[in-house]
Design a protein around this ligand. Structure first.
Ligand code: FES
Ligand code: FE
Length: 448
C-alpha cells in the first residue's frame, strides 16, 4: 500500500519551470497497484485493431491491466469485447491469442459461450439440482462496460464512467487518421507478432518512444552501421530511411521536427524525412496526395512516434510498428509488437517494410535491444532514494508553447502544446503530458 502523497511523486511547478518525477513511481509496488486500478482498470485502454477479428467468429485475446479480455466478432459481423473470465468459477475461457470459434468452451468445467459471449450450455445442467433463481442470473460473459472503435482502433474500459472515446482521443485522433488513411482500404497487421518482456517498469517504454534525446547515445552501433551504409556498398538490398536523412546526426542543422502534446496523456514526437523512396509508402505518394492533399500526404512521410496513453504506441520511421504495453509488475513489462501496414500495398513495398522492420524494430533488430537494456539499467538505478527526484523532464522547457504551430495547422490539428526544434533539442517536456494525466487519474486514490 502506498501511503505517500502525490506531491512526493510528481513535482510540477510550471511557473518556476520545474517538472520532476520521483523514482518511486517506477518501482513502488503500492504505486503499481494503484496504477493498475486507476490508470488501466478504470479508463480507456487500447485492445487491438478490428482487422485482428476480420471475419465472423474471429477472436483475439488481450488484457486490460490485470484483467483478461476477449474481443470477438459474432455471426452477424458485430464486434464485442468481454471479460475473458468464466462466470462459473472464474477461469480464463479463451486460451489462445487469436483464432476463429463459434463456441468458446471453458477448459475447467466446460460451460460454453458463443461468439457474442452468450452462454450456450451449463454442463450437465439437468443433473445439477439448481434452484430456480439460478436461471434468473445471466451466465453470459460480461461485456466490457465500455467498448469503442475509432477508424479500426479498438478501445475498452472496465469502468463505464469514462468520457466518450472521441473525447479521450481528442485531437490526437488526427494522428491515427494518418495511419488509417495510408491505404484506400485501411491498414492491417503484418503476420508475425512478437512478444517479449523486459525487467523494468512499463513507463520506461512509454517514455522511450517519445525520447528523441537518447537516439545518438543509446544506439551507437546502429549509427555506425548507418554511416557505413551511406559511404560503402555494403550489399544491403533495402535502404533505410535513416540513411537518406541527416535527422539522426548530432551536427544536423535547422528545424527538423518537434513534438505535440494533447490532453489525456497522448503525445507525438516527429521529424521531417521528406517524401522519399526510402519509405515503402513512396509508391503511393501521388495517389495519397490526390486523395488527401499534399499536406496530409507529407505528414504521412514524416517520422512519427505516437503514444496514445496509456498502452498504445505507433512508431513510423524506418518502418512502421504498433506496440502494446502490458505492465506485469513494477519491474516487469510485456510488449506485443507488430509491423503495421496499409492494406493492398505492392509485394515490393511490403518486402521493403518488413526488411526495414527487422533491421530496426525487432527484438533481434539493431535498436530494440539497446533500448530494453537501458530500461533495465534505469530500473536498477531507481532503487536509490538518496536523491529521489529525476531531472529528465526538462529539456525544451523554454521552447514549449501553448497550442500548435504551422506544422499542426497543415492537418488542422490543435494540440495542447507544441515544440518546434532541431533534432538536438530532444524535447522532454512532452513526457509532462504523460505524468499530468497520470497524476490526474491517481488523484482520487493518492492524497495531494
Ligand atoms: Fe468455467 Fe467452471 S470455471 S466452467
Ligand atoms: Fe531507441
Amino acid at each position: 500500500m502506498f501511503t505517500g502523497r502525490l506531491s512526493d511523486l510528481i513535482d510540477d511547478r510550471p511557473d518556476e519551470g520545474i517538472f520532476r518525477v520521483s523514482r518511486a513511481i517506477f518501482d513502488d509496488p503500492g504505486v503499481f497497484d494503484l496504477e493498475m486500478r486507476r490508470i488501466f482498470e478504470s479508463g480507456w485502454v487500447f485492445l487491438g485493431i478490428a482487422d485482428q477479428a476480420r471475419d465472423p467468429h474471429d477472436f483475439f485475446t488481450t488484457d486490460i491491466g490485470r484483467v483478461p479480455v476477449l474481443v470477438s466478432r459474432d455471426g452477424s459481423g458485430a464486434l464485442g469485447a468481454f471479460v475473458n473470465s468464466c462466470p462459473h468459477r472464474g477461469s480464463r475461457v479463451a486460451q489462445t491469442l487469436a483464432g476463429n470459434a463459434r463456441l468458446h468452451v471453458c477448459p475447467y468445467h466446460s460451460w460454453s459461450f458463443d461468439s457474442a459471449g452468450r452462454n450456450k450450455s451449463v454442463k450437465l445442467k439437468r443433473a445439477g439440482c439448481y434452484a430456480e433463481s439460478f436461471d434468473a442470473q445471466s451466465h453470459d460473459l460480461p461485456a466490457l462496460p465500455a467498448f469503442g472503435e475509432y477508424r479500426g482502433f479498438l478501445f475498452g474500459s472496465l469502468d463505464a464512467d469514462v468520457p466518450p472515446l472521441e473525447t479521450h482521443l481528442g485531437e490526437a485522433a488526427k494522428l491515427l487518421d494518418l495511419v488509417a488513411d495510408q491505404g484506400p482500404d485501411g491498414f492491417e497487421l503484418v503476420p508475425g507478432a512478437v512478444t517479449f518482456t523486459f525487467q523494468a517498469n512499463w513507463k520506461l517504454q512509454l517514455e522511450n518512444c517519445s525520447d528523441a534525446y537518447h537516439f545518438t547515445s543509446t544506439h551507437p552501433s546502429y549509427i555506425r552501421i548507418l554511416e557505413q551504409r551511406q559511404t560503402a556498398n555494403t550489399g544491403v538490398a533495402v535502404k533505410s530511411v535513416w540513411e537518406s536523412s541527416d535527422y539522426w546526426r548530432e551536427d544536423a542543422q535547422g528545424v527538423a521536427g518537434g513534438s505535440f502534446s494533447f490532453p489525456h496523456g497522448h503525445v507525438l514526437n516527429w521529424g521531417i524525412f521528406g517524401v522519399t523512396e526510402a519509405l515503402p509508402l513512396f509508391e503511393q505518394a501521388e495517389a495519397l496526395a490526390e486523395r488527401h492533399g499534399a499536406a496530409k500526404r507529407d505528414w504521412m512521410f514524416n517520422m512519427r512516434n505516437l503514444s496514445i496513453f496509456p498502452n498504445l504506441q505507433i512508431a513510423e520511421n524506418a518502418s512502421s510498428q504498433l506496440r502494446v504495453i502490458r505492465p506485469l509488475a513494477p519491474d516487469l513489462t510485456e510488449m506485443r509488437t507488430w509491423c503495421i501496414a496499409p492494406k493492398g500495398e505492392s509485394a515490393q513495398a511490403r518486402r521493403q517494410r518488413i526488411r526495414q522492420y527487422e533491421d530496426f524494430f525487432n527484438p533481434s533488430g539493431m535498436a530494440t535491444p539497446d533500448d530494453t537494456v537501458s530500461y533495465e539499467n534505469c530500473q536498477r538505478g531507481f532503487a536509490s532514494r538518496v536523491e529521489p527526484w529525476l531531472q529528465g523532464y526538462s529539456r525544451g522547457t523554454t521552447a514549449s508553447k501553448a497550442g500548435g504551430n504551422p506544422f499542426s495547422d497543415l492537418i488542422d490539428m490543435k494540440p495542447a502544446r507544441s515544440v518546434l526544434a532541431d533534432a538536438q533539442l530532444g524535447d522532454e517536456t512532452l513526457f509532462q503530458s504523460y505524468y499530468r494525466e497520470w497524476a490526474r487519474r491517481m488523484a482520487g486514490v493518492i492524497g495531494q
